[in-house]
Design a protein around this ligand. Structure first.
Ligand code: 0K2
Ligand code: SF4
Length: 327
């Protein structure tokens, strides 16, 4: 029988075991599961190609897998042929996108996470109530473009920092409301909201926080593993907002943290002097990539896995009606 990993060299034998402290929850959230399922079911129902506007979620492994099954990723609808079927990504789209799809009579499926759609509806409601919206988010991110595109230009102002709040041009008596991107830092956002409420005591906020359960649970889980780790590896993409926030959370615990897309990015010298390595994954990173990382670490050191569960997640989102009855 073949050994699963290379035999340790005499040098490796001298090294102490590496504790891999694995965060839970980590990886796929309910919105990502649903978005991927929508593309897969669309491929089954309509056959390839199915066009996907933007990466369905910010993960190359996921995108490549779907591409191999016949998904074609595009950035704009003008890349979709007249009779094409198109799926909108989990991050959401401005209102102009489904409007254009309808104009062009394209068949479209919306994989926007229901928790992002909830923020979209809040935006509409606040505008109906006559309030200007202050939106907390990162400029240029597709979710921010999508949410700002739910209202008319000039009805929503983006803030990214506490300093941006101080620079807002609105007088105290202007009716305001705030909303946020779903994948922000819980701590940074709390500071920005505190600054907004200090400057505009009458500002309206969402009933429940806009930062989603998956984002806050993954950040809380990192707060548990990081202080006990010498290094934290976050599996996620550089364009994945929620994954980047996990790196920041670990660093703020005083622990070095690295964002990696795949196990082959890990350099053996990262483990020099490391007794415990924390491991987590962003909401768009499949568990397969976590296993790949643990296996890679096992090529250099004996690995003792420990999972630290800080919350249980049971969230599941329904598929769009058009697909719910497909196999
Ligand atoms: O964290 P991001 O919004 O950049 O997105 P992904 O990395 O694709 O994670 C899925 C979340 C999508 C919407 O919230
Ligand atoms: Fe939805 Fe949150 Fe997952 Fe984004 S990270 S897809 S908002 S559950």
């Amino acid at each position: 029988m073949n050994a699963p990993f290379p035999s340790p060299s005499p040098d490796d034998a001298a090294k102490p075991a590496l504790i891999a402290l694995i965060a839970a929850p980590r990886g796929f959230c309910a919105g990502v599961d649903r978005a991927i399922e929508i593309v897969e079911r669309a491929l089954q129902r309509y056959g390839a190609p199915v066009y996907v506007r933007h990466e369905i979620v910010h993960n190359k492994y996921v995108v490549e897998n779907l591409r191999a099954k016949g998904a074609v990723f595009v950035e704009e609808l003008d890349e979709v042929p007249a009779d094409g079927h198109v799926v909108f990504s989990a991050h959401g789209v401005p209102k102009s996108v489904p409007a254009e799809a309808e104009r062009r009579e394209l068949t479209y499926l919306d994989a926007t996470c229901p928790l992002v759609s909830k923020v979209h509806r809040q935006a509409e409601r606040q505008i109906e109530k006559g309030r200007h919206i202050i939106f907390i988010g990162h400029e240029g991110h597709p979710e921010v473009i999508g949410t700002m595109g739910q209202v008319e230009p000039g009805e929503m102002t983006l803030v990214e920092t506490v300093a941006d709040v101080a620079a807002l041009p609105f007088a105290k008596d202007v009716p305001l409301a705030y909303l946020s991107q779903t994948t922000l830092s819980v701590d940074d956002t709390a500071e920005i909201i505190a600054a907004l409420e200090a400057r505009y005591p009458e500002i309206a906020g969402p009933k429940a926080e806009d930062i989603c359960y998956a984002t806050s649970n993954r950040q809380a889980a990192v707060k548990r593993i990081a202080p006990a780790s010498d290094l934290v590896l976050v599996i996620g993409a550089p364009n994945s907002s929620n994954s980047l926030r996990l790196v920041e959370v670990a660093e703020r615990c005083g622990t070095e943290a690295k964002l990696i897309q795949r196990a082959d990015e890990i350099l053996p010298e990262w483990l020099d002097g490391v007794g415990t390595v924390g491991v987590t994954a962003g909401a768009s990173a499949p568990e397969r990539l976590v296993r790949e990382v643990i296996e890679r670490l096992g090529e250099w050191r004996a690995v003792e896995e420990r999972t630290l569960v800080s919350a249980e997640e049971k969230m599941v989102f329904k598929l769009p009606r058009e697909l719910a009855d497909s196999e």
